[in-house]
Design a protein around this ligand. Structure first.
Ligand code: PEP
Length: 253
């Protein structure tokens, strides 16, 4: 039985004061929803303050990115050690915005995943096809390539710390979401790939989240699909009320 997981990706939003304010509101709203695992991923600059604000609550901390080396001359980068030092348990890797704007390849993503796992961080690995790829009927091909290259060389014990987020690029921040059936079809395929790469037992325990314009109005329907174990939420995680509604919908499954 996979416990539902809802992750809020705040992206490049919120000053430290705004981050704390949002966290405090969220804490109050979801305090009775422990059946769901809840993670917030604030910008790096807010991690320290949010870490303090979530103490004693059922909210966990995640980072939005990391560098693949533990330390060194890499101006502007943030290492897995630094993220762990702030009590982060999770890190998002390979988000489509990083793939697109920062040209992160599957090879880079693979190095980042290994760095996260080596440092005992749970890696939330994002995969997803573009609109053009979906229209050309290449969705499964793209997913297969991203999953296989991204997860190359991981041991079975490392695989236990993985979470996959299926995020069709055409659905991120666009208000257009995949239908529950479309998402479930890709999730089923991802789980099949995970059984091939690792084994069935490991694959059946890896959570697969859906991301792409998840809102209170569509979350229950998405979450009711068998292979959808939760959500990676962007825009709707910036409002405590809407994020809490999404968490509530995951309590029902
Ligand atoms: C995301 O950033 O991972 C995301 C899914 O964003 P949104 O919910 O805004 O589409």
């Amino acid at each position: 039985m996979r416990k539902p997981l809802i992750v809020g990706n705040w992206k490049m939003n919120n000053t430290t004061a705004e981050s704390v304010d949002l966290t405090e509101k969220l804490k109050r709203l979801i305090k009775d929803m422990a059946v769901v695992e809840v993670v917030v991923a604030p910008p790096f600059t807010s991690l320290d303050k949010v870490r303090d604000a979530i103490k004693g609550s059922n909210i966990k901390l995640g980072a939005q990115n990391l560098f693949w080396e533990d330390k060194g001359a890499y101006t502007g980068e943030v290492s897995p050690l630094m993220i762990r030092d702030l009590d982060c348990e999770y890190v998002i890797i390979g988000h489509s915005e990083r793939r697109e704007y920062f040209k992160e390849s599957d090879e880079i993503i693979n190095k980042k995943i290994k760095a996260a796992l080596r440092n005992k961080l749970k890696a939330i690995v994002c995969v997803g096809e573009s609109l053009k790829e979906r229209e050309e009927d290449k969705t499964m091909q793209v997913i297969e390539s991203q999953v296989k290259k991204g997860l190359q060389g991981l041991s079975l014990s490392e695989a236990k710390e993985l979470i996959i987020a299926y995020e069709p690029v055409w659905a991120i921040g666009t208000g257009r979401n995949a239908t529950p059936a479309q998402a479930n079809e890709v999730h089923t395929y991802i789980r099949k790939l995970l059984s091939q790469i690792f084994n069935e037992g490991i694959a059946s325990n890896i959570k697969i989240l859906y991301g792409g314009s998840v809102k209170p109005s569509n979350s229950a329907e998405l979450m009711s699909e068998k292979e959808i174990d939760g959500a990676l939420v962007g825009g709707a995680s910036l409002e405590a009320d809407s994020f809490a509604e999404i968490v509530r919908s995951a309590c029902m499954v």
